[in-house]
Design a binder for this molecule. Structure first.
Ligand SMILES: Nc1ncnc2c1ncn2[C@@H]1O[C@H](COP(=O)(O)OP(=O)(O)O)[C@@H](O)[C@H]1O
Ligand SMILES: Cc1ncc(COP(=O)(O)OP(=O)(O)O)c(N)n1
Length: 275
């Protein structure tokens, strides 16, 4: 195929490590043409979020209508859906053509790692309704627990159980349950689809530059899937790339808190991986 067109529907992070900014850098680096619909502005740096200014749901809809009337989209990533109304609006677009035929990755963003809330608490039900509509969902440990209404997993066997429950009970088509919050010497993510449950494991990178890892992972999946042949293979390659980008984060000195990963990491850069 020609260069795929990827769309991110997400919030803005002025510090550039997460949100729309991270997504567009990731799309570009991984060979996709990037487009963006903005759901919210955050006032944010590498140390935390000081404010959120939400775009009215009707204007999120107008951005989507205008874009989709003109531009074909091969893959879409959904990030910070700040309110229930925005999540419902985006859900209507995801359920209909042309987005229903695009590859879709839903990162059910709720709270930043800094502890700051990015999405209204009452948006959780609306986000849960979106799970079956996306080709793949990419919750982290706390997000999976909120979606299932259970305690967060504390180990990999717990991740495996929750990944499968997100599929069998909440209707997700495919799940990449990210284990970054578990700690330990390895960073283990769990993949669940109709063929079963498997683990993707890399060495944990000793770095404080972890801001935006979830955003970067989900946008990398959206960029790469149209260029590769299947979802599990895309997820495996995406994690290799992210581990290298985390390792290369030490090339950057951005801010005083949790800096970004290095989005300028080549797909075949194996500095952080053990091929
Ligand atoms: N220090 C690290 N070293 C290697 N991989 C990591 C590290 N921290 C997170 N990851 C990986 O980054 C991705 C995002 O992880 P996670 O922190 O769980 O999500 P989020 O950023 O959404 O909170 C996952 O693939 C996870 O395994
Ligand atoms: C605008 C915006 N969207 C999402 C996030 C969350 O980013 P994520 O990659 O899930 O993780 P942290 O950056 O919170 O570690 C965000 N911060 N801003």
């Amino acid at each position: 195929m020609d260069r795929p067109v990827a769309l991110t529907i997400a919030g803005s992070d002025p510090s550039g490590g997460a949100g729309i900014q991270a997504d567009l850098k990731t799309f570009h680096q991984l060979g996709a043409y990037g487009t963006a619909v903005i759901t919210a502005l955050t006032a944010q740096n590498t140390q935390g979020v000081t404010g959120v200014h939400v775009v009215p749901a009707a204007f999120v809809a107008e951005q989507l209508e205008t874009l989709l009337a003109d531009v074909g989209i091969d893959a879409v990533k959904l990030g910070m859906l700040a309110t229930a109304e925005i999540a419902e609006t985006v859900g209507r677009f995801l359920a209909a053509e042309p987005l229903a035929s695009a590859y879709s990755v839903l990162d059910p963003v709720m709270v930043a790692t800094s502890g700051d809330r990015l999405v209204d608490e009452d948006a959780t039900d609306a986000i849960r309704e979106l799970l079956p509509l996306a080709s793949v969902i990419t919750p982290n440990v706390p997000e999976a627990a909120v979606l299932l209404g259970v305690e967060p997993a504390v180990d990999v066997p717990g991740l495996r159980v929750q990944a499968e429950r997100l599929r069998s009970e909440l209707g997700a088509q495919r799940v990449l349950l990210k284990g970054g919050h578990l700690g330990g010497e390895q960073a283990v993510d769990v993949w669940a689809d109709e063929d079963g449950v498997r683990e993707f494991t890399d060495e944990r990178v000793d770095t404080k530059n972890t801001h935006g890892t979830g955003c970067t992972l989900s946008s990398a999946l959206a960029a790469l899937r149209p260029q590769l042949s299947d979802w599990p293979g895309t997820a495996r390659i995406t994690k290799f790339w992210l581990t290298s980008a985390l390792t290369n984060g030490d090339r950057l000195e951005i801010g005083h808190g949790h800096g970004p990963v290095d989005h300028f990491t080549e797909l075949n850069d194996t500095r952080g991986t053990q091929p």
